[in-house]
Design a binder for this molecule. Structure first.
Ligand code: PFF
Length: 454
């Protein structure tokens, strides 16, 4: 078959694709969420299960998403339709792309609010607001920020504009250029912070916490949290990786590329943990502090350490960059689809979609102040958005992609795209995508529903 052309452009090289997809994967999930859920779920035992989930479920599904994207060479909605039809199946598979694009909007609306907190902390750190501060005061600073809708709105708006500005530039002049600048900056900052934590934190204690495996610490719930998180952290189940895959050069090998991305994402999460926990321990703070670990615990630690103001500032810049490159990928499926469907230029599409997510975000940020009384199924708007995306949309999207690649596409298509030379490796992927991944994802999906709704 003649290779389709993508009207949006394509990455200059395999390496650019790796950087862009890693930019999507590495985000608040790695630096904010991973350390606190590892902290809450017993450290080392959790980390091991998480690694297994990345390899057994995350990698095969990511390969499937890239495969479909590159085969279809369009937005996820249209790629799903096109590739389904190529395999003589119903064009209704496009619905999976629709669920994904919708999930991208919903995730963006609360992701942008958290990214807004990060930007506010960049300013606060630069200002020295946390110097010599105690935990209680740091908690007050955070709560004060949450209760002030105007400030939240300003930072949320700044973040939406930053993301849309990159998207407007298109695949090469926007996404690719931003990736090439931001990803190296992100890695340099991360290493700097690791060095800082090695020299001024309780490094041994931090490492022990993350890597000491004690099976008795492992709960069934921790396994499910790890499985769900492996999904979120690799940006799977909503089309981001499929969209990025549609810009991937045909000559690049999907398997080794995806393994590199998953490895980089994992390394960043682990290094973020290695940078954060030694600082937490050196200051006798609680590793299981929950979501406040980054916004309350860590600023207290930075406020008491030599050079803490500078490194605290750099830390939040790092998190901001990571959130930025992820948020771009949340919107790309929707932007690409609008351009294809209506023949519009990217600029008007980005402005329109920017306004939509900006409005949705106002709903999310109101959960902490004027809208705190609004309850959807017993959750405030922010928690509701988080819940339905992480527990319903992403697992469902991932499940369908796995079923699609494993059972709907014929071997001719998958083998041609994956181009795996060793038959046993292809066979292993096939077993993973047909049985292991769907069963594991179905398990999280059902468990979460029973747990939350029951
Ligand atoms: N992977 C991102 C993170 O770990 O923060 C979040 C994310 C981005 C999820 C893009 C889903 C997505 F499509």
């Amino acid at each position: 078959m003649k290779d389709r052309q993508n009207i949006h452009g394509s990455w200059a090289s395999r390496w650019v694709f790796i950087m862009a997809a890693t930019g999507s994967a590495v985000g608040l999930g790695n630096i904010w969420k991973f350390p606190y859920i590892a902290g809450e779920n017993g450290g080392g035992a959790f980390v091991l299960v998480y690694l297994v989930c990345i390899l057994a479920v995350g990698v095969p599904i990511m390969m499937a998403e890239v495969l479909v994207g590159r085969r279809g060479r369009q937005s996820p909605i249209n790629s799903m339709r096109e590739v389904a039809m190529e395999a003589d199946h119903s064009p209704k598979w496009a619905l999976v792309g629709w669920i994904g694009a919708l999930a991208g909007f919903l995730i963006f609306s609360f992701y942008s609010v958290v990214a807004g907190w990060v930007l506010a902390y960049v300013a606060a750190m630069a200002n020295g607001d946390f110097l010599e501060i105690g935990s209680e005061q740091a908690g007050q600073v955070f709560n004060q920020l949450l209760s002030d809708p105007q400030t939240l709105l300003i930072w949320h708006s700044v973040f939406v504009v930053l993301v849309m500005a990159v998207l407007m530039g298109g695949v090469n002049k926007g996404l690719e250029r931003a990736t090439k600048i931001m990803m190296p900056a992100l890695f340099v900052l991360l290493l700097l912070l690791l060095g800082y934590s090695m020299s001024s934190g309780s490094f041994g204690e931090g490492l022990d916490f993350l890597f000491h495996f004690d099976p008795s610490e492992l709960s069934w719930n921790a396994v499910l949290v790890a499985l769900g998180h492996s999904f979120f952290t690799l940006s799977l189940g909503m089309g981001s990786i499929m969209a990025y895959g549609s810009y991937m050069p045909k000559s690049a090998s999907i398997g080794s590329t995806v393994l590199t991305i998953a490895a980089l994402d994992t390394v960043v999460a682990l290094v973020a943990g290695m940078a954060i926990f030694p600082i937490v321990f050196a200051n006798s703070l609680d590793p299981a502090a929950g979501p406040g670990l980054m916004f309350i615990t860590l600023p207290v630690a930075f406020g008491h350490m030599p050079g803490g103001q500078v490194f605290g500032f750099l830390f939040f810049v790092l998190v901001g960059l990571a959130a930025w490159t992820s948020a771009i990928s949340l919107m790309e499926p929707g932007v690409a689809w609008m351009v294809e469907r209506f023949g519009l230029k990217r600029a008007p599409v980005c402005i329109m979609l920017g306004i939509v997510v900006w409005l949705l975000g106002i709903g999310a940020l109101s959960s902490f102040n004027f809208g705190s009384d609004i309850a959807l199924f017993g959750l405030n708007i922010f928690d509701f958005l988080d819940f339905i995306t992480a527990n319903i949309f992403l697992p469902l999207g991932g499940l369908f992609v796995a079923l699609f690649a494993g059972w709907i596409l014929n071997q001719r298509i998958t083998q041609n795209e994956l181009a795996i030379a060793v038959p046993s490796v292809y066979k292993a992927w096939s077993v993973m995508i047909r049985y292991v991944a769907p069963l594991a994802v179905a398990a999280i999906f059902i468990f979460n529903l029973i747990d939350k709704l029951g």
